[in-house]
Ligand binder design. Structure first.
Ligand code: KG4
Ligand code: ZN
Length: 338
C-alpha cells in the first residue's frame, strides 16, 4: 500500500507552521513563532500577516527537508480555513491553493478547532488514541469549549465561554503582573514555585457547562492595585504565590465544568487540547483525575498543544481517507462552527 504524504499549513494567528505527515504519523512539525507581538502585549493582526508572508516559504521548505519528502511525493495539501485572523488565514490558504494546483493534488480545508481535538489521533509512541465517544476540552487563547466527540467529524459543543477564553485569562492576568505576552507560559513557570493557596480568588457563578473569565481578570486587577497601593513591591515579593493562586483558581474552574460534563453525559473519557493544555498544573490535575474519578484522560504531546500544523495534517489525513476535498473557491473564515 502506497503511503499518503500530506503537507499541512497552519497560519490562523501568530504562528506560521508547516508539517509533513506520512499517513497518521508526523515526519516533521515546524513552527516559526512571531516575536514581534511581545512588545505590544498582544497579537497585532497586520504584523502577523506580514510575518506569515515572510515565514511561510522557509517554514514549508524546512518541513519538507526535515521529513525527507520531495514536493512531487505529496498527495494532498491541507490548510487552516478558520477560525482565526482573516489576514493570517489568507496567507496560508493562498499558499496552499497555489501549491495544490501546481502539484495537481487535492486541497483540504481544515477547521482549526477540530484539529485541536483530532490531534489526539496522531500516532505517537507512548500516547493512546481516545475511543469514541469522548469529551474534549479545548482551551486556547481564542476558545474555551467542552465538546462531545462521537466520531472524527461529529462533534457537539456542550459548553463554552460567554466572554474571555481561558488563555486570555492567563495572558491578561500576566499583563496585570507586568509580564510580557503571551504570559500563560510565564504564569505556569512562576506558579511551580508558589503556594496555590496563598491568595484566594472567587470562582464565577455560571450555570451549566458554560464558562466566564472576565470577572476573574477584574478581580485580579483590583486585588493587585489594592496590594500595590499598600506595598509598591507587592508583585515582585509575591510573584510566585500570585501566579500559583491564579493558576489554581483557573484549574478549579475548568475542573468543576469538566466534572459536571462527565456527570451529565456519562462519558468518562476526557481529552484536552489547545495552547492552555500545555499548562503543567492542568496536565497534572487531569492525570490525577484518572485515579481519583476513574476517568481515562488524554493529554497531548507538548508540541501538539499550542498552534501547530501536525494537528491540521491529521485532520487532512482523515478527510483524505473520505475523499473530502475542496476546490480553489473555498474561502477562509474568521469564524466557523465546529
Ligand atoms: O492554541 P494556541 O497556541 O493559540 C490559539 O489558538 O489561541 O493557544 C495560545 C494560548 C495563549 O493564551 C497562551 O498564553 C496559552 O495558550 N498557553 C499557556 C501555556 N502555554 C500556552 N497558558 C498557560 N500555561 C501554559 N503553559
Ligand atoms: Zn489554537
Amino acid at each position: 500500500e502506497k503511503p499518503t504524504y500530506i503537507l499541512a499549513i497552519e497560519s490562523s494567528c501568530d504562528d506560521t507552521a508547516a508539517a509533513i505527515l506520512k499517513n497518521d504519523k508526523v515526519l516533521s512539525n515546524v513552527v516559526a513563532r512571531q516575536a514581534v507581538h511581545e512588545e505590544y502585549g498582544g497579537v497585532v493582526p497586520e504584523l502577523a500577516s506580514r510575518a506569515h508572508q515572510q515565514n511561510i516559504v522557509p517554514v514549508i521548505d524546512v518541513a519538507l527537508k526535515k521529513a525527507g519528502v520531495k514536493r512531487e511525493e505529496l498527495c494532498a495539501v491541507a490548510f487552516t480555513q478558520g477560525p482565526g485572523l482573516m489576514g493570517s488565514l489568507l496567507v496560508g490558504s493562498s499558499f496552499a491553493k497555489s501549491m495544490a494546483m501546481a502539484l495537481n493534488v487535492p486541497l483540504i480545508a481544515v477547521n482549526h478547532m477540530q484539529a485541536h481535538i483530532l490531534a489526539h489521533f496522531i500516532t505517537e509512541e507512548g500516547f493512546d488514541k481516545p475511543e469514541f465517544p469522548f469529551l474534549a476540552m479545548t482551551i486556547s487563547g481564542g476558545h474555551t469549549q467542552i465538546v462531545k466527540v462521537t466520531d472524527y467529524f461529529t462533534m457537539e459543543v456542550i459548553g463554552e465561554t460567554t466572554d474571555d477564553a481561558v488563555g486570555e485569562a492567563f495572558d491578561k492576568s500576566a499583563k496585570i503582573l507586568g509580564l510580557p505576552y503571551p504570559g500563560g507560559p510565564l504564569i505556569d513557570k512562576y506558579a511551580q514555585e508558589g503556594n496555590p493557596k496563598a491568595f484566594q480568588f472567587t470562582k464565577p457563578k455560571v450555570p451549566g457547562l458554560n464558562f466566564s473569565f472576565s470577572g476573574l481578570k477584574t478581580q485580579i486587577l483590583y486585588f493587585v492595585q489594592k496590594q500595590t497601593a499598600e506595598n509598591p513591591n507587592f508583585i515582585e515579593e509575591n510573584l510566585q504565590d500570585i501566579c500559583a493562586s491564579i493558576q489554581y483558581t483557573i484549574i478549579n474552574i475548568l475542573m468543576d465544568k469538566i466534572k459536571l460534563a462527565v456527570k451529565e453525559t456519562g462519558i468518562k473519557s476526557v481529552a484536552i487540547g489547545g495552547g492552555v493544555s500545555a499548562n503543567s498544573g492542568i496536565r497534572k490535575t487531569l492525570k490525577d483525575a484518572e485515579k481519583k474519578y476513574g476517568w481515562k484522560t488524554f493529554i497531548p504531546k507538548f508540541e501538539y498543544t499550542t498552534d501547530n500544523a501536525a494537528m491540521i495534517g491529521i485532520v487532512g489525513y482523515h478527510k483524505y481517507l473520505k475523499n473530502q476535498f475542496n476546490d480553489a473557491t473555498v474561502v477562509s473564515k474568521a469564524r466557523i462552527e465546529l
